[in-house]
Write a protein that binds this ligand. Structure first.
Ligand code: PHB
Length: 392
């Protein structure tokens, strides 16, 4: 099989890139190890920054997001029994949309299928070849056949565990990582929203977050031991933990409902400071991971492929590789901003087992600063809605 751009991974990065390239008249093939049903149902995060919302609308993918997503103009921070609102729109002129990642995936798959795009699901043993030459290829197995895609570029959108990043030799890689000694316990609940806006809570028992999926399905999280197991958490135990961390003296309480999904995710920060090797480019989680506290993961993936699509467009239109060769440096500006913001939100809101009383007072003081000073609140808000002023 021959195409211009071979894309490994049908997550938000791979699918959106394929769609953006199609709009520019560039041919691509997307391969994915999971099935279409799996990628359309895997529960991930769900906050779209202003720039992500704008891009999806500009490229014809905004209809369901606008109709079914929830536009939020602020969120709440709670700590020490206090409730504070961060008014994103007043502070920045922008907003965010809560719209689940798998809904974005459904919209992207539908658009690719409608345009006759080539998507191959359920592949295995994927490997990358000759990425240092101008004729790279991707090999994989599908239904006991060995297949090969010959292309001009390989784009690795295959997440942190996929084969693409390891196709860059150790000697040229520059990886940066920080692990956090806690995880998030996530639940999906059949209930009306507890709150009109997201609530991020710092509590002596640990962090908690109220988010939403729809008028009838809510998403909630609380900090836990990453080695804990969902079997240790009965519904009653989960509700009493959420009430302890979130309920307010003014009478506001978390609304309970039927819990129909429980999961635990670990938390880490990771950046591959090399995102290009010859004709191989990494985008999304294959190149960087953020802890979910800053709600940045999918937005970074979208930004990466926006830059790549522009670079590939100028290659095919003008034969120039300057933009492509600047990809790593351009993308890393926003990536490191989001890495810092996600680390900052995580550090400010979580309980660290080794924190001294001094450290705890610093956390509270920082929260008071971002909730009482307009300058402090603006710093938080402009990062949360996505640094609209950054060129990429
Ligand atoms: C979510 O709705 O899953 C969500 C929202 C905000 C976050 C992380 C996850 O910071």
């Amino acid at each position: 099989m021959r195409t211009q751009v071979g894309i490994i991974g049908a997550g938000p990065a791979g699918l959106l890139l394929s769609h953006l390239l199609h709009l520019k008249g560039i041919d691509s093939v997307v391969i994915e190890s999971r099935t279409r049903e799996e990628i359309e149902s895997t529960i991930r995060a769900g906050v779209l920054e202003q720039g992500t919302m704008d891009l999806l609308q500009d490229v014809g993918l905004g209809n369901r997001m606008v109709a079914e997503g929830a536009l939020h103009q602020g969120f709440e921070l709670t700590f020490e029994g206090e409730r504070h609102r961060i008014d994103l729109t007043d502070l920045t002129g922008h907003a965010i949309t809560v719209y689940a990642q798998h809904e974005v995936i459904k919209d992207l798959v539908a658009a690719r299928v409608a345009a006759g795009g080539k998507l191959v699901f359920g592949v295995s043993n994927t490997s990358l070849h000759d990425v240092e030459s101008t004729k790279p290829s991707i090999r994989y197995e599908k239904d006991d056949d060995t297949c090969e895609i010959h292309c001009d570029f390989v784009i690795g959108c295959d997440g942190s565990q996929g084969p693409s990043r390891s196709a860059i030799p150790e000697a040229v890689r520059k990886d940066h990582q920080r692990l956090y000694p806690f995880g998030w316990f996530g639940i999906l609940v059949e209930a009306p929203p507890s709150s009109d806006e997201l609530i991020y809570a710092r509590h002596d028992r640990g962090f908690a977050l109220i988010s939403t999926r729809s008028p009838t399905v809510q998403r909630m999280y609380f900090q836990c031991d990453p080695r804990d197991s969902v079997e240790n958490w009965s519904d009653d135990r989960i509700w009493s933990e959420l009430h302890a961390r979130l309920d307010q003296a003014d009478g506001w309480r978390v609304t309970e409902g039927r819990i129909f999904q429980k999961n635990i995710v670990g938390m880490r920060s990771f950046v591959s400071n090399v995102m290009q090797h010859g004709r191989l480019f990494l985008a999304g989680d294959s190149a960087h991971i953020v802890p979910p506290t800053g709600a940045k993961g999918m937005n970074l993936a979208v930004n990466d492929v926006k830059i790549l699509a522009e670079g590939l467009d100028s290659f095919y239109k003008n034969g120039t590789e300057d933009k492509l060769n600047a990809y790593t440096a351009t993308a890393l500006q926003r990536i490191w901003r989001a890495e810092h913001f996600s680390w900052w939100m995580t550090s400010m809101l979580h309980r660290f087992a080794d924190a001294t009383p001094f450290d705890q007072q610093l956390q509270v003081s920082e929260l008071r600063y971002v909730t009482s000073s307009r300058a402090g609140a603006t710093a938080l808000a402009e990062n949360y809605v996505g640094m609209v002023g950054l060129s990429h």
